[in-house]
Write a protein that binds this ligand. Structure first.
Ligand code: TXA
Ligand code: MG
Length: 331
């Protein structure tokens, strides 16, 4: 596998052209987006898309997001373009929002895992944008990690997780948002949140002028799997993850101090335990999200066997982080 370093704002034309040519020939290329690194393939090439599933060890029932350069190109993938799509695209693209719409026939079934719908997004990253313009094809791209593992926010995370399963990695440094895009389903009666992200339901509702159906936050425990790929244990580090309430900090501190297996804590307030056994996270949700996955990757690299992670506050601004922590937790 080869890693090419690029300036996120002004990527060199030659490596972008090389990556675009590789994609057009059916190869896989990992590239940065503003959320996490993606593992890209030509979305119109069935064999190339199959190679994504193989490289990730991803179950074939979990559909992929199609990345395009602008809203006009997104519209080419969708059979229907409702007013809500126009409003959300105008407000949030390019940006960390994915829209699920009825699929046009030329998007291969392997992309949508056989569903009659397609997920589309316009990423806001200089390298992703340059690559899409040079490739001149839509790019199917899941997060560039093995299935169920923690998503990559650096090129090093991609290299470590996928190794030689990917030929080329475009490295533009750490990603800005740090967690995956908000996914909104526009195929039903009213817009429904399938995956929370940095664009919150409040942001969406303010643009749409209506509420968002949110199966995740309203009935987290018994909700049917909302997006086909929202497997419960996902985004999980190798270490066992225990979530604890701020009220149980003494118990968590004792567990970290006395754990027979090497244990560390990820906290919002320092614990009464050795400093080298804890990571203090930011108190603001966007900052927390930016650091979450890199922290989990670092904790795995450090060899901790158990992680005690303090639960985040209940406000809606924390929905996306809370969702990722719940999925990282060991059942
Ligand atoms: O930020 C992101 O969205 C990143 C970057 C690379 O763009 N991509 C990403 O892809 O997170 P992935 O494959 O890890 O997650 C895609 C999510 C899954 O939960 C999948 O089930 C859902 O989107 N999805 C894709 N197509 C869908 C469809 N047609 N209907 C419902 N959900 C869909
Ligand atoms: Mg993923």
């Amino acid at each position: 596998m080869r890693v090419i370093a690029l300036d996120p704002a002004r990527p060199d034309a030659a490596p972008i052209a090389e990556a675009a040519a590789a994609l057009r020939q059916g190869a896989l290329v990992a590239f940065p987006t503003e959320t996490v690194y993606g593992l890209g393939a030509n979305a119109l090439d069935t064999d190339a898309v199959r190679a994504i599933f193989a490289a990730k060890g991803r179950p074939s029932f979990n559909p992929l997001i199609v990345h395009v350069q602008d809203a006009a190109a997104a519209r080419q993938c969708a059979a229907v373009w409702p007013v809500a799509a126009e409003q959300l695209a105008a407000a949030f693209w390019p940006g960390p929002l994915t829209l699920v719409l009825p699929k046009r026939a030329h998007i291969p079934d392997v992309v949508s895992a056989g569903l009659p719908t397609v997920a589309v997004r316009v990423p806001a990253h200089g390298v992703a944008q340059a690559l899409l313009r040079a490739a001149r094809v839509p790019l199917a791209a899941p997060s560039a990690n093995r299935s169920t593992e923690v998503s990559p926010t650096t090129a090093a995370h991609v290299a470590k997780g996928l190794g030689d399963r990917v030929a080329l990695i475009l490295d533009a440094g750490p990603t800005d948002v740090g967690i995956e895009s908000t996914v909104v389903d526009l195929t039903g009666g009213s817009p429904a949140l399938l995956r929370p992200g940095s664009i919150s339901t409040d942001h969406l509702a303010a643009v749409l002028g209506t509420g968002i159906v949110s199966p995740i936050s309203t009935a987290a425990e018994e909700a049917p799997r909302p997006a086909p790929g929202m497997l419960d244990r996902h985004y999980a580090p190798r270490a066992r993850v225990h979530l604890f309430d701020p009220a149980d900090r003494e118990q968590a501190a004792r567990a970290v101090r006395h754990a027979a297996r090497r244990a560390a804590a990820v906290v919002m307030h320092p614990l009464n335990a050795p400093l080298e056994n804890q990571v203090l996270m930011p108190g603001e949700p966007a900052e927390y999200a930016r650091r979450l996955y890199s922290t989990l990757h670092e904790m795995d690299a450090a060899g901790w066997e158990a992680l005690w992670i303090e639960r985040v506050p209940n406000g809606s601004g924390w929905d996306a982080v809370r969702d990722r922590l719940r999925r990282a937790a060991t059942p």
